[in-house]
Design a protein around this ligand. Structure first.
Ligand code: NAD
Length: 496
């Protein structure tokens, strides 16, 4: 691990500082168990310091012209480009996904930072005619205040960048509480922002677990919470924000389905769904977790997918030949094992996988075999609940209508895909599937930063990250009327 990239402290008011208490969090490599570093396990006092620093920095930052704010962000993007390989290696060590994917994670942060920094010279509002003579009307985006940012471990740089960068370009200041599994990647990202030249207090980092997250959510100085994580935690956080009238943006779980129709190219399906179900060891909010096949595509899909899964090289993500790394933690592997046991109990058939793997030299890592369950029925728990591991269930559907109904028949609504060469079937699926993202002839992963990202129903609360829509989370509209007529003009009333 490159120690020069990371820090073992919180970042508050422009300084790297120790936690106020003695509690510490240990970051470990899930492939090897190696200890990578130790950071503060922050408590409410640390959160309070950080929120105060962010509040103090806000007036100057919001008064800094947006193009100047963006210049700092462009520099951050350049630093990320220069350090991409080192950051990717650090990330693979800290959370396990393979190097190709951690390079992609850093690249996503780079793309997001360049894209949103470009908004520093736009941040468009609009002007519009007034209904009165000699009166100007326009609207502008205004910053909100101190933003509390809470993130998971599966995209430990991309997800923080989706939140922190738009929050900053809009003129907010930030307190960032990363996942307890990936504190070092978080410190590396914040160190880049520091080096790029952000003024003290504009971004603050408190490492810690759920308690630090809860303290941030409950802090009276926080004006907006942006949360990505599980649906159960997200809904609790939302309830607490609602009680205090605090704005909240939520990105939560998924139970993503891919529909394979009769005319699909089954080799493409196998390639796409191997990547979609087993990439990041299935630990993506957009991971394909249900494959909906027709009677004609069932055997072809199951055989091809099992063939691909059998050949996937599971091992240490730093090794260039590895195609699937470990799960992030013992707890995450136990969760996957429990769901496979539930699936067996519900009557599904384990076609392949369903057991731990112990790659040579990494026997202590949290590895699990890519797993395909057949004979899954839509009502089963393995078809309804987010597993968040390398497990995909195959469900038979007689028609496209039934497949759309099954796709929509879960509490989540993040992403879905349909494989077909029939344009009418594809268009119907696009129209009737109730998810925030739909793919055609592609798995359920592969979002690009300049389009809105997020989900319907229990995946989110109506906000979107990515795209220009991200700006709507981190700013609010101010409408301005300038009457230069020199007399009282009453809208709606003075119509002559
Ligand atoms: P999690 O909900 O356990 O934790 C997420 C974050 O919330 C962590 O930083 C955690 O410390 C914090 N937290 C936990 N309890 C809290 C509380 N009471 N108050 C405030 N903060 C609290 O999720 P996880 O295991 O880190 O991540 C996996 C989940 O994230 C999956 O459900 C996955 O689908 C979801 N996810 C969603 C998206 C998306 O964009 N929709 C992207 C990635 C991951």
């Amino acid at each position: 691990m490159d120690a020069a990239l990371t820090r073992d402290r919180n970042f508050i008011g422009g300084r790297w500082v120790d936690g106020s208490g003695a509690a510490r969090l240990t970051s470990t490599n899930p492939a090897s168990g190696e200890v990578l570093g130790v950071v503060p396990d922050s408590g409410p006092q640390d959160v309070d310091r950080a929120v105060r620093a962010a509040a103090e920095a806000w007036p100057r930052w919001r008064a800094t012209p947006a193009p100047r704010r963006a210049e700092i962000l462009f520099r951050a993007a350049e630093l990320l480009v220069a350090r991409k390989e080192d950051l990717a290696r650090l990330m693979t060590q800290e959370m396990g996904k393979i190097l190709a994917e951690t390079r992609g994670d850093v690249q996503e942060a780079i793309d997001m930072t360049y894209f949103i920094a470009g908004e520093g010279r736009r941040l468009h509002g609009y002007t519009t005619p007034s209904e009165m003579p000699r009166k100007a009307a326009y609207c502008v985006r205004a910053p909100i205040g101190v933003v509390g940012i809470i993130t998971p471990w599966n995209f430990p740089m991309a997800i923080p960048s989706w939140k922190i960068v738009p929050a900053l370009v809009c003129g907010n200041t930030v307190v960032f509480k990363p996942a307890p599994e990936t504190p070092l990647v978080a410190t590396a990202f914040v160190a880049v922002l520091e080096e790029a030249g952000l003024p003290p207090g504009v971004v603050n980092l408190v490492a810690g677990g759920d308690q630090a997250g809860a303290a941030l959510v409950d802090h009276p100085g926080v004006a907006l919470v942006s949360f990505t994580g599980s649906t159960d935690v997200g809904l609790q956080v939302a309830a607490r924000c609602a009680a205090r009238g605090v704005r909240i943006s939520l990105e939560m779980g998924g139970k993503n389905a891919a529909i394979v129709l009769d005319d699909a190219d089954l080799d493409l399906v196998a390639d796409a769904l191997t990547w979609s179900a087993f990439g990041t060891t299935g630990q993506r909010c957009t991971a394909c977790s249900r494959i909906l096949v027709t009677p004609r595509t069932h055997t072809g899909v199951v055989e091809r997918l099992a063939g691909r899964a059998a050949k996937l090289r599971v091992g240490n993500g730093l090794d260039a030949v590895t195609e699937m790394g470990p799960l992030v933690s013992a707890a995450q592997r136990a969760r996957v094992e429990q769901y496979v046991a539930i699936g067996r109990g519900e009557g599904t058939r384990v076609v392949i996988g369903g057991e731990r793997v112990a790659p040579a030299g990494f026997e202590g890592g949290f590895f699990y075999a890519p797993t395909v369950l057949d004979d899954v029925r839509p009502h089963m728990r393995v078809a309804q609940e987010e597993i968040f591991g390398p497990v995909v269930g195959v469900i038979r559907c007689a028609t496209l209508d039934e497949a759309i109904e099954v796709t929509n028949g879960v509490r989540y609504g993040l992403s879905a895909s349909v494989f077909t060469r029939d344009v009418s079937a594809a268009m119907r699926a696009i129209e009737e599937i109730r998810t925030g993202i739909v793919y055609v002839n592609h798995g359920t992963i592969g979002a690009e930063v300049h389009l809105p990202f997020g989900g319907t129903r229990h995946t989110g609360n109506g906000h979107r990250e990515g795209g220009l829509q991200a700006l709507d989370v981190f700013s609010e509209w101010k409408s301005v009327y300038i009457d230069y007529s020199g007399r009282l003009q009453r809208a709606q009333i003075d119509r002559e």
